[in-house]
Design a protein around this ligand. Structure first.
Ligand code: ADP
Ligand code: MG
Length: 242
């Protein structure tokens, strides 16, 4: 079953064409690792998929329905596609619990007790039941990122997008976040993960995509792309990230 179908996606910033005709089908249960050098368009691709950036051309189909540009449709898509950012993007003036509750209250229009109960469950799932009352400033980077993951999960997304979720973390905090992502993988969640953690990608991804200059330069199984890359730029990238 195809959850997301992207055809001919193009995104420009001024005269700079950053995404240059990407076609991508995401099947339910797939875990796609997206690799590529800095500036290759990884973040822009993810942001286009949940319409944080408006594509200039191409179509995005979610569950067989073409996503139009009406605000109501975009709001629905953003609910169904959860996103986790490198810089966490938590609301600093809200506690961990408040951050996870926010979308449940404002988008889902859940009652306060229901939203609270749900948010507590999501925090427990990422191992942060005891941090519910803490503000982001009093959480470690790894804890902040786990709150961000709990916030995304609370919306029951069909697809999770992770944009370098561990790149801003101190090395000793990377493992706890990768552990949560691994457990989501084991649950069969569908995800697109931009990462430079190649070992993690090798073990957790079902498919690896290498982006270069806003196009899919090479893709295949983790073994094909990470161990036996066919194209020179993929090989050079992997040599730099050993
Ligand atoms: P990556 O995530 O692979 O490092 P990005 O998608 O962030 O790459 O960026 C790809 C290119 O698009 C870069 O050249 C970057 O400078 C440019 N870019 C990204 N976002 C914007 C923006 N909002 N305005 C102008 N240029 C942008
Ligand atoms: Mg990026």
């Amino acid at each position: 079953m195809t959850i997301l179908k992207v055809s001919g996606l193009i995104k420009r910033f001024g005269g700079n064409e950053v995404i240059r005709g990407i076609d991508l089908d995401v099947e339910k249960g797939e875990r796609i690792a997206v690799l590529g050098a800095s500036g290759s368009g990884k973040s822009t691709l993810l942001r286009c998929l949940n319409f944080m950036e408006m594509p200039d051309a191409g179509t995005i189909t979610l569950d067989g329905k073409l996503v139009g540009h009406r605000e109501a449709e975009l709001t629905l898509v953003r609910q169904r596609i959860g996103m986790v950012f490198q810089q966490f993007n938590l609301f600093p003036h809200m506690t961990a619990l408040g951050n996870v509750m926010e979308g449940l209250r404002t988008v889902r229009r859940m009652s306060k007790p229901d939203a609270e109960a749900r948010a507590e469950r999501e925090l427990a799932r990422v191992g942060l039941a005891d941090k519910a009352a803490h503000y982001p400033a009093h959480l470690s980077g790894g804890q902040k990122q786990r709150v961000a993951i709990a916030r995304a999960l609370a919306m029951d997304p069909e697809l999770l997008l992770f944009d370098e979720p561990t790149s801003a973390l101190d090395p000793e905090l990377v493992g706890e976040v990768l552990g949560v992502i691994r457990s989501l993988a084991e649950e069969g969640r569908t995800m697109l993960l931009v990462t430079h953690e190649l070992g993690f990608a090798y073990h957790v991804a079902t498919r690896v995509i290498f982006l270069a200059d806003g196009t899919i330069h090479e893709q295949g199984t983790p073994d094909e792309v990470l161990k036996h890359p066919r194209r020179e730029r993929t090989q050079a990238f992997l040599a730099r990230h050993k």
